[in-house]
Design a protein around this ligand. Sequence first.
Ligand code: PEP
Ligand code: MN
Length: 339
Amino acid sequence: MIIVLKPKSSEPQIQEVAHAVKKFGYEPRIIRGVELTVIAAVGDERRHHTLESLTAFPQVDHVTAVQKRYKLVSRDFHKADTTVRVGGVLAGPGRFHVIAGPCSVETERQTLEVARAVRDAGATLLRGGAFKPRTSPYDFSGLGKEGLGILKKARQETGMPIVTEVMSPQDVEAVSDYADMLQIGTRNAQNFALLHAAGQSRKPVFLKRGMSATVEEWLNAAEHIAAQGNSNIILCERGIRTFETSTRFTLDLNAVAVAKKETHLPVFVDPSHGVGRADLIVPLARAAAAVDADGLMIEVHPDPKKALSDGAQQMTPDRFAELMAALRPFVELMGRKLG
Ligand code: PEP
Ligand code: MN
């Protein structure tokens, strides 16, 4: 970290700050310029406390970090792309996986019908919400444990590993009994108690980006999971809040390109939530493949008109099969194998 002092700081003031730097575990190096004095705090910023609090000294002008706060998830720490195993599915370099299924598990029939259809079209993982975080308390909030039981049946029937959301730390154990991968949703993406509980479980974690989180905050959320000893993490860009109203959110493919540089973890894209409209999924799914994402999450419902959540963005099984066909050349162009 670099601590820039205000002009005309006295020697005792400089020494006071240098002493504080040392107390935080860094080695202070004082650099005296013509106008300004700067203190370089030498040490691994990812192992020590941040020094932002030093701005409380009246003689400190500002403090600048020179390293990112995340470490375990960073490419500086681990150069090669990580492969995450979910059941029998390997997500990461050379492959492109599509996670598909309904927004919510509504009935056994609905879930099994979608599961068979998406498997036949080439999806390799099944999604479905049993615990649903809803903006309004009056909306359908999922079948809970009954929904998990339905997902288990769908796995038995289709062989597809299950991805489902967990909303609270207390539920991590119960959801882990059914899920092959725990999903942490956008609304919980900085729920640190939940991130820690998911990190303590040894299940792979599918971490959505908070809808207002910077890429750095998203990667720090992943670091919270990894710091608990669980590095089986897949990141998912799912759209952020912007001024734009023609789509539900703005799918931020910039963030995918940035995340692919910054982290060795696989990065997926969820255009369904990103745009909120079924008619825009195909071009954005192709764009996601072209920006070198490792996979997609897509919502599919047998009859979206009757869906209990997210009807506008769910694809019918037929449209999903068309999507998979439209996607394949883009995936192959990127040197990946679909499925
Ligand atoms: C979901 O995938 O079902 C979901 C609620 O997504 P998000 O957290 O991205 O809104
Ligand atoms: Mn949904």
